[in-house]
Ligand binder design. Structure first.
Ligand SMILES: *[C@@H]1O[C@H](CO)[C@@H](O)[C@H](O)[C@H]1NC(C)=O
Ligand SMILES: *[C@@H]1O[C@H](CO)[C@@H](O)[C@H](O)[C@H]1NC(C)=O
Ligand SMILES: *[C@@H]1O[C@H](CO)[C@@H](O)[C@H](O)[C@H]1NC(C)=O
Length: 284
């Protein structure tokens, strides 16, 4: 398996094919250059070596479907079961009556209880497992977006940024009725339109960034280049680690940018870096 991974890495540098991430069609080097110029190659272009019908599963999710090699790879669109329904300008749709739909926060606190233990029998961990799984098979970048890229949505600046959709908290919120917080920073998901891969004015199509298999790709990574450069040891299936005082630790962040999201020094100084995100920011 290790040998296979290294062979793949070698092949990537030698012999790869560029695909349009949205359509899955092969594109030319010139088209890639145009994306380089527009600074959106990260989102709009997939780079994969040719599929081999006899190879095993790839960590990057490509070649699951030999006819459509990018399907299941990072930065590809979701498959819609039904067409999207938006209000004007792709704002959230209203109810049939014309009234606004219930707020996201209302649904979130009613469907996923917080701050109260609703059952003495069933573990509350199930919900966290679900959230963890969604990062494994869907995306993490939209969380990174409101935490790191655009962390200001509840401030005055957020009012003028279309990427911001303030998450309003009602006064009787089960958690925040005890605090003065009435807004949570929230951003619109990245789409092929917002990243400039597809022209604006068309129905926004979200971007998946994880592979569709339950493979802990949000920990181990799904991008060969970042896997090699960063988190994985390529030995015994392990992540890189350090031993200090006879104990195993995640790598220290001393010599790197702060990898510990929402966990700033001096509270946390060690985090695993295995996923490549936008502009070199990594999440643990
Ligand atoms: C929203 O972001 C601002 C700016 O980073 C921060 O000061 C504030 O605490 C955040 N709000 C919440 C509820 O997390
Ligand atoms: C499309 O619209 C989004 C959001 O308004 C904006 O951030 C982006 O730059 C636009 N893209 C293009 C290619 O005009
Ligand atoms: C290119 O995009 C990255 C990530 O969005 C950003 O950090 C960088 O400043 C952009 N570069 C230019 C030249 O616009």
């Amino acid at each position: 398996m290790i040998i296979f991974v290294f062979l793949s890495l070698f092949a990537v540098t030698v012999n790869c094919i560029f695909y349009d991430s949205y359509t899955g069609n092969v594109i030319s080097k010139d088209e890639v250059k145009q994306h380089d110029k527009a600074n959106n190659t990260f989102w709009c272009v997939g780079e994969f070596e040719p599929c081999d019908p006899n190879e095993g599963r790839r960590v990057d999710g490509s070649c699951n479907n030999l006819q459509h090699p990018t399907r299941g790879a990072s930065h590809t669109p979701f498959v819609r079961v039904l067409p999207a329904v938006y209000d004007k300008d792709f704002e959230p749709k209203t109810a049939k009556s014309g009234n606004a739909m219930p707020t996201p926060r209302y649904l979130r606190t009613n469907l996923w209880s917080v701050g109260k233990v609703s059952s003495q029998l069933f573990t509350q961990l199930a919900i966290h497992d679900f959230v963890f799984m969604s990062a494994d098979v869907v995306s993490l970048h939209d969380t990174v977006k409101y935490i790191i890229w655009k962390p200001y949505c509840c401030t005055a600046k957020g009012k003028t940024d279309r990427d911001c959709v303030q998450n309003k908290i009602p006064d009787d919120d089960p958690v925040h009725r005890f605090s003065d917080i009435r807004c949570l920073n929230m951003t619109r998901p990245e789409s092929f339109q917002s990243t400039g891969c597809v022209k604006n004015g068309t129905v926004p199509e979200r971007i998946t960034s994880s592979t569709p298999l339950l493979d802990l790709s949000m920990l181990y990574g799904s991008d060969l280049k970042s896997l090699l450069a960063k988190g994985r040891l390529f030995k015994g299936g392990l992540l890189k680690y350090e031993i200090s005082n006879g104990r195993i630790w995640p790598p220290s962040t001393k010599s790197q940018i702060n990898l510990c999201l929402l966990n700033d020094k001096p509270r946390e100084t060690r985090c695993h870096a295995t996923r490549k995100c936008h502009s070199g920011i990594s999440t643990q």
